[in-house]
Design a protein around this ligand. Sequence first.
Ligand SMILES: [Ca+2]
Length: 342
Amino acid sequence: MKKMLCCIVIVFLSMTFSLSLSAAKPQGSALSYLPKMPTGDAISLGLETSPEYSRSSWAVNTLTSEQITDVSDIKYGASIIGATGLERTVRGATDGVWSKGNTGVVLENGKKAGGALSWYPSGQKYNVQGQVSQSDSIYISLLTYNFGKKMRFDAFLFMSTNLNSFPQAGDVYVSDDGISWTLMGSWDRCALRLEGKDYQNLGQLSDVLNDYSDNSVGWSLDGAVAQYIRFAFTKGNGLSTGNGTYDGFANPDTSAINFRELVVFGTDYESPASSNTTAPDTTESLTTDSDTSSTEDLSTTSEDTGNRSKKSANIITCLLILVIFLATITTVILTRKFKKGH
Ligand SMILES: [Ca+2]
């Protein structure tokens, strides 16, 4: 009887352990990649930003310490921690002018600053709170949008000239106070490319015409509700060709971060529009106006497939444990009956 109880306890413990492993969402799990262009409102447009930029030289260490403090102050709508040289104003990300259009800022050389956002990381590493020299200081720069009130985040989208022109890997955090941050998940194109895969180019927003923002890639934020969203970059821009190693794909441009737009889609959580909360807004949908022939192919991404196979593996593990459990009980009962029979 004691043996039987022992067996049952052991099997139950292993089942519980296995189930708890499969239920826990791992830290830094892959964000769900968008299979098509998000619809709805681009809520990050129009946020306040610092007016600072690095003037015309596009050189490292062109921001003064005062300017660095200014662009990293999260009281602003959009802010960057870990920038030493800005090619253009931070406003490039939130001005609603799609990249090629100018920001209205006249540079020292007389040219108007473009709408894109490019900067040199400081060379230091930061944790999500923006602190250097901590055990978790792994980020080369942090870009933060403070919406000033709670918003519901549906998705975010990099718009670019090509898929190398955005930070190739990073984590996304949300916060209600700008101090305590919750990890939403990660993206890593470098790792994906080493598997021989890549993100699908979602094309161009339908209202972005005659512009360089004709490539895009985006991820779901699953309706997370928060006031702040922080993009914490671990990698800079990618290579157009790689040598097959992680570093070859990942590190050539870690000295620079450059993308045309980083747009957050969502809704106002505290006073949502009365008709927009349940159904997608078709009248203002920002769908791509080209390449409808392959939309079916985009319904499954490699990350979706990966998540599914993980779930399948967990289910198989649980079933195996159940079978072992039942077999153990049967064996014990049969053994006892056999002994009693003698
Ligand atoms: Ca812009």
